[in-house]
Ligand binder design. Structure first.
Ligand code: SF4
Length: 448
């Protein structure tokens, strides 16, 4: 590759989960620390980072079409770095198939992006897919450094990797073993985010509720202990966490939902299927009954909690009767929200070579029926909120003049008209409900 002038502008395109969004923000901070600035909207960037997701089929192929789209009319390309889970899983192949790519960096190695960039400007192509994660966090610049502001909501990765090895999932292979970030680093990063303007922090992890640590007195803590400590930050108004595993919902964490006012009444707890035979084949290491028992205890601790789940239809061998069990589970829970997908064979996962792969048209039909049930319940949840008065964290302006959009404690999107500003918490009467959002009337402003 030929030498190129050091880039002045960059763009990070993140695909997939919130952890990729978090990593994208951190890579941006690293590049800003090197004096690069974000390329203005609509303008070409000198450096483009494609922060990829590997969770679904065709993910890798999508990367190549994204790379192709970066080619300019004169045949030249910006400096291209491929990051994220496809980089981790298929780094060498990307280097072989895409000569315009000069850097491939895995999710646990992106703290070395600046030095890879130095080599790339000298014409050297570089791949770095090292693990483990802890080296990364120690090498990243502190949040909010140089006066960088945060939006009203921010992500904070507290845990990475996964030891569960569900048979359909690539995460244990692309993100590595579970690690918990040190307590002191998390308290410090959260305080910096709040100083920079965040009023709500979502704690992230592939198995966030597996986080463990020790506080400044050496006491062992679980995620609930961390949440209780973060709740002591005066200007932090709201705390959320995602994504959890049913087996790591401790008594302490369930109790925190009833006792910590700043912990929002929303729990995303994936289950994937409603049949114990399918759950076993998925290696989810829980049953439908144990999952429902966890939800029952959570609802006892916080009766108005909004529940959200993840579902996969068409897992190898899934029969119509087993799919019907998933629909029964949905009827039993009444989810406020949920994510649902067709099973997608991932290279290197046990399920990809299992017998009984389900036909695409069968999966399409099941996904449609499943999503109809989920939409029915999320609309019912929103309708049940009409007439309530609740606090909304204002996140952005709406499409109409004087309109604002924010989130309710139950993570519902709410729009209202009136005087307000970013990051403010206002009180709103919920007046109308739709499947994905509510309309409200401004009651009063919370004291600044
Ligand atoms: S618990 Fe989640 S991240 Fe871990 S293997 Fe299962 S699906 Fe993947």
């Amino acid at each position: 590759m030929r030498q190129v002038a050091p880039p002045r502008t960059y763009r990070v395109k993140s695909f997939g989960c919130q952890m990729n969004v978090y990593d994208g923000e951190r890579m941006g901070e690293l590049l800003a620390e090197r004096g690069l600035s974000v390329a203005p909207e609509g303008e070409d960037a000198d450096l483009v980072v494609l922060n990829t997701c590997h969770i679904r089929e065709k993910a890798a192929e999508k990367v190549y079409s994204d790379i192709g789209r970066l080619r300019r009319e004169d045949g030249s390309s910006p400096l291209i770095a491929v990051a994220g889970c496809v980089a981790q899983a298929e780094g060498d192949e990307i280097m072989a198939r895409a000569p315009s790519v000069s850097m491939v960096v895995g999710p646990q190695a992106y703290h070395r992006l600046p030095e890879m960039l130095d080599r790339a400007t000298k014409g050297e192509r570089a791949t770095d897919t090292d693990m483990p994660a802890d080296a990364k966090f120690a090498a990243l610049p502190p949040r909010g450094k140089g006066g960088r502001r945060s939006g009203p909501t921010a992500f904070l990765t507290v845990q990475e990797g996964c030891d569960k090895f569900c048979t359909y999932c690539v995460v244990p292979y692309t993100r590595g073993a579970e690690i918990s970030r040190p307590y002191a680093d998390l308290i410090d990063e959260a305080a910096r985010l709040v100083d920079a303007g965040a009023r709500e922090i979502t704690l992230l992890g592939q198995n966030v509720n597996a986080w463990t640590g020790e506080d400044s007195k050496g006491r062992a803590l679980g995620l609930d202990g961390l949440i209780r400590e973060l709740a002591k930050l005066p200007d932090l108004q709201r705390i959320r966490y995602t994504t959890s595993h049913p087996n790591d919902m401790t008594e302490g964490l369930i109790a925190a939902h009833g006792e910590v006012g700043k912990l929002m009444p929303y729990l995303h707890l994936p289950v994937q299927a409603g049949s114990d035979r399918v759950l076993k084949a998925m290696n989810r290491s829980h049953t439908v009954e144990s999952y429902l028992k966890v939800l029952e205890r959570v609802r006892t601790a916080r009766p108005d909690i909004a529940l959200s789940g993840d579902f996969i239809v068409g897992f190898p061998g899934e029969t119509e009767a087993e799919f019907a069990e998933t629909l029964s589970l949905i009827d039993a829970v009444g989810y406020a929200a949920a994510f649902s997908f067709k099973y997608s064979p991932r290279p290197g996962t046990p399920a990809a070579t299992m017998e009984g792969q389900v036909a695409m048209e069968v999966m399409d039909d099941r996904l449609q029926r499943l999503q109809a049930a989920l939409s029915r319940d999320s609309l019912a949840f929103n309708r049940a909120s009409v007439g309530k008065t609740c606090d909304i964290l204002v996140e952005r302006k709406g499409r109409h003049p004087g309109q604002w959009i924010g989130k309710s404690p139950w993570l519902q999107s709410v729009h209202f008209e009136g005087e307000s500003r970013f990051g403010e918490i206002v009180t709103v009467d919920l007046a109308e409900a739709g499947p994905n959002s509510l309309a409200g009337r401004l009651v009063e402003r919370a004291p600044a």
